[in-house]
Design a protein around this ligand. Structure first.
Ligand code: HEM
Length: 413
């Protein structure tokens, strides 16, 4: 297919290079996705630090690969993204179940999943609503805020800390460690010695912090996830404190920045589409479908990488055993062959089946929690601050691609 945009490069290597480089992609990320899908829909990127991955941008390709159980995610992903070797950071990541093969992955996931059943998440609804209301109460008089730190982060970070059992006063330091972690793991930036050092330091501090929390809960169990994991530990030989620490850190990580970025980007999408925002204000019930549309429109996890365990013939090409396959969720969700007018935000869009929470065995464990938080945070903001508007035209993104989010979002009302 011819490249749709004359002002963007038409060579896949150059397009992908721009997608990875935040300074060069600027506000063009989605147009670059469309350009790449048009010129090289199933393409092996010659990017050695990422293991020369196959890059997938079409919805139909992702769906057929999803159905093919020959794609797995395991610790090889850690060796690929150029995030370094050795050190505490890599040790902690290596123990996270998200990067382990079965049966370890299956076991750890099922233990943690008990806290994320639809019923236990549903039970959080009044607490999440009360938290959002209290936050807006405290901000309302100000008439302005930077929505990223003042609102979007505060909702999920408070919820995940409460679930895990960490005191809310510790949120700033936990957020700092979590952000150092995600920076080092990002495909979009090449590792520097400074990132390597700060990643290891953050990992050491984070583990020491969680181990203190474990000691505390061992002495005085509470109704939180850390206490429940300690309970499981008593009956399981193969669950060390280091495993629990890594799992806890994974949940802090996965459970807040993703959702915070989504709340901020979802609000931005609505502020840029005043007609949709007005529709939502008039029909608050639209927020349920609207949450799915906002996730499709601009997801906060732009990609996942998996590995072929068998040769996969696909579209006249052959994905070989061991080849990484990078699914660009942000591009897949905007495929015009799947969604009519994909760049239009339409809160009433029918038949949304996005891949923003990934797929298969590693499908996002916190999807129902994330949906709940987004729905209440954005839905309440829309109702309670009717004059909400952007206080700037220039929107600033963070450098990350994998965890894609805004650096700031000044708003006023
Ligand atoms: C809008 C918010 C969120 C988005 C867009 C998101 C997206 C994703 C994606 C794409 C994956 C990888 C799936 C794959 O490789 O196929 C994932 C995994 C995961 N997510 Fe989320 N997530 C969000 C919120 C959350 C929350 C609130 C939690 C709760 C703690 C969470 C916990 C996890 C965990 C533990 C995994 C690893 C699952 C595994 O490997 O088995 N996520 N998420």
């Amino acid at each position: 297919m011819p490249a749709p945009y004359d002002d963007l490069p038409s060579e896949p290597e150059e397009i992908f290079g721009r997608i990875l480089d935040w300074k060069r992609r600027g506000p063009d990320l989605v147009r670059l996705y469309h350009q790449l899908r048009a010129v090289a829909p199933v393409w092996q990127a010659p990017v050695a630090r990422l293991g020369n991955p196959w890059v997938i941008t079409r919805y139909a390709d992702a769906t057929s690969l999803v159905r093919n159980s020959s794609l797995v995610k395991d610790e090889r992903v850690l060796g690929l993204s150029g995030i370094g070797k050795g050190g505490t950071y890599m040790k902690v990541l290596g123990r996270m179940f998200a990067f382990q093969p079965p049966p370890r992955h299956t076991l750890m996931r099922s233990l943690v999943n008990r806290a994320f059943t639809p019923r236990s998440v549903e039970a959080l609804r009044p607490r999440v609503q009360a938290l959002v209301d209290a936050l807006i109460d405290s901000l309302e008089e100000r008439g302005q805020m930077d929505l990223v730190p003042d609102f979007a982060f505060r909702v999920p970070v408070t919820v995940i800390c409460q679930m895990l059992g960490a005191p809310v006063e510790d949120v700033p330091k936990i957020s700092q460690w979590a952000s150092t972690f995600s920076r080092r793991a990002d495909e979009g930036e090449e590792l520097t010695p400074e990132m390597e050092r700060t990643g290891d330091e953050a990992a050491e501090d984070f583990v020491a912090y969680v181990k203190e929390l474990l000691d505390d809960r061992r002495a005085k169990p509470k109704d939180d996830l850390v206490s429940r994991l300690l309970e499981v530990q008593r009956d399981t030989e193969d669950l060390s404190d280091d495993d629990i620490a890594a799992t806890t850190i994974l949940l802090f990580q996965a459970g807040h920045e993703t959702t915070a970025n989504m709340i901020a980007k979802g609000t931005l999408a609505l502020l840029r589409h005043p007609e949709e925002l007005a529709k939502l204000r008039a029909h608050p019930e639209l927020m349920e479908n609207g949450t799915e549309e906002l996730l499709r429109y601009d997801t906060s996890v732009q990609l996942s990488t998996k590995f072929a365990t068998e040769e996969i013939p696909h579209c006249d090409r052959v994905i070989r055993v061991g080849d990484p396959v990078t699914l660009l969720w942000g591009a897949i969700n905007r495929d015009p062959d799947r969604y009519e007018d994909p760049d239009r935000l339409d809160l009433s869009r029918a038949d949304i089946d996005h891949y923003s929470f990934g797929m298969g065995a590693h499908f996002c464990l916190g999807a129902s929690l994330a949906r709940l938080e987004i729905r209440h945070a954005i839905g309440t903001l829309a109702q309670r601050l009717p004059g909400l508007r952007l206080a700037t035209d220039a929107v600033e993104y963070k450098p990350h691609l994998h965890l894609h989010g805004l650096a700031t979002l000044p708003v006023a009302w």
